[in-house]
Design a protein around this ligand. Structure first.
Ligand SMILES: *Cc1c(COP(=O)(O)O)cnc(C)c1O
Length: 384
């Protein structure tokens, strides 16, 4: 990017690679360890697991691959149904289809924009029946393979009431914590509250490895299976014997090297994004037409993306005005039950996700955002 363009362009969420990234990459090159063997992969797995307090972790090529492996090791089978947030990036719904299961989309709660846990609990308690071989949707007759709440934007789903029910019914709970690395719910790190958690290290996330993901779980057998399946289910490395249909979902040493350098500075990244969110939130208090996204009191969010709710139906105009000034914004995702990719799927609840999506706009949230840039964004917003 030419330097003048860089000065005038404010991206939504860009990586900060000014730590040990270059040094660790040089180490990969000079030692010739560039692929999926090499010391950084295990180091990265350990750093992330230690950070969130997870007993086991498996690095993967992407966050989507992490979700795919989590669904498999949690025992989700073809024909099962999986409850998933409808107000989410599409990856978890796609991963559900990869295993031949069907998403049951759950509407959002306007009080936190996350999965409406009350709807999911009501469905599991009253819309399903427990039999000896599992929990079944009374209407479709399909087994409930798992529940997959998505923690969006660096905040968190109200998990405890949902966990009470999934634990009593024996249904696995998979956390999509890809947007919430480092965030905590009542003191516990996202990804470690449920039975298995997934992270992403895509370029626009809080911590990046260029591309990558990770599965964390306290379950030793699930961990071993995820690690095995991620490396083509190789049972005998010398004789090349494979005992299952595996995947090449490994992270490379090059990617893990970047991830290790990033994790050294995660506290700094979180502090910067929290500070940005606080500035936007303060500003929203001073204007009638904007509300800062709701963050529940018992959540220590990492504010991966700061979003505002625009009350006067001018989301598209405001985004355009910012774009003309070189400021990148992004609406939330089309609610997944409306996605052409997931046609004819069912949704529990009403149209809260659609209402939020119509009015919400994500604002620049990079940890490198300058206060002069925030001032510029706020000034443009306040002229509406
Ligand atoms: C980023 C993201 C993922 C995973 O994305 P990858 O690009 O595959 O790493 C999954 N779910 C959500 C909600 C995400 O935001």
């Amino acid at each position: 990017m030419p330097s003048d363009a860089k000065e005038s362009f404010i991206p939504l969420s860009a990586p900060d690679l000014s730590g040990n990234e270059a040094a660790y990459l040089a180490e990969c090159i000079s030692t010739n360890w560039v692929s999926s063997a090499g010391p950084f992969v295990g180091r990265f797995e350990k750093i992330v697991a230690d950070f969130v307090g997870a007993p086991h972790s498996v690095a993967t090529a992407t966050g989507t691959a992490a979700l795919h492996l989590a669904l498999i090791v949690a025992g989700v089978r073809p024909g099962d149904e999986v409850l998933v947030s409808t107000l989410s990036f599409i990856a978890p719904a796609n991963a559900i289809r990869y295993v031949g299961a069907y998403p049951v989309f759950v509407d959002a709660d306007p009080n936190d924009w996350q999965m409406d846990v009350g709807l999911a609990v009501d469905f599991l308690k009253n819309g399903c029946e427990k039999r000896a071989d599992g929990v079944f949707n009374k209407q479709t007759g399909r087994r409930i393979g798992a529940v997959l709440p998505v923690h969006i934007l660096g905040s968190a789903v109200n998990l405890p009431p949902l966990l009470d029910v999934t634990r009593s019914l024996g249904v696995p709970l998979i956390e999509d914590a890809t947007e919430g690395l480092g965030a905590r719910y009542e003191g516990r790190f996202l990804g470690t509250l449920g039975d298995i958690g997934c992270f992403s290290f895509n370029g626009n996330k809080l911590v990046t490895s260029g591309g990558g993901g990770m599965v964390v779980t306290p379950d030793t057998q699930w961990f071993e299976k995820a690690a095995h399946l991620s490396t083509q289910a190789k049972a005998d490395p010398i004789e090349s014997i494979h005992d299952d249909i595996g995947f090449n979902y490994r992270l490379t040493n090059i990617q893990a090297a970047v991830g290790c350098a990033q994790m050294e500075r995660i506290d700094q990244f979180i502090a910067a994004r929290r500070d940005i969110a606080a500035q936007y939130a303060e500003f929203c208090k001073t204007v009638d037409f904007l509300n800062f996204m709701p963050i529940p009191k018992n959540v220590e969010a990492v504010n991966w993306l700061s979003a505002v709710l625009i009350k006067n139906n001018s989301r598209i105009e405001i985004a355009e005005k910012l774009r003309q000034e070189g400021i990148e914004t992004r609406p939330l995702w089309q609610p997944l039950h409306r996605s052409p990719a997931h046609q004819d799927s069912v949704v529990l609840g009403g149209d809260n996700a659609e209402k939020i999506q119509k009015s919400a706009l994500c604002l620049p949230s990079s940890s490198t955002l300058l206060s002069s840039e925030i001032s510029k964004i706020i000034k443009i917003l306040s002229l509406d």
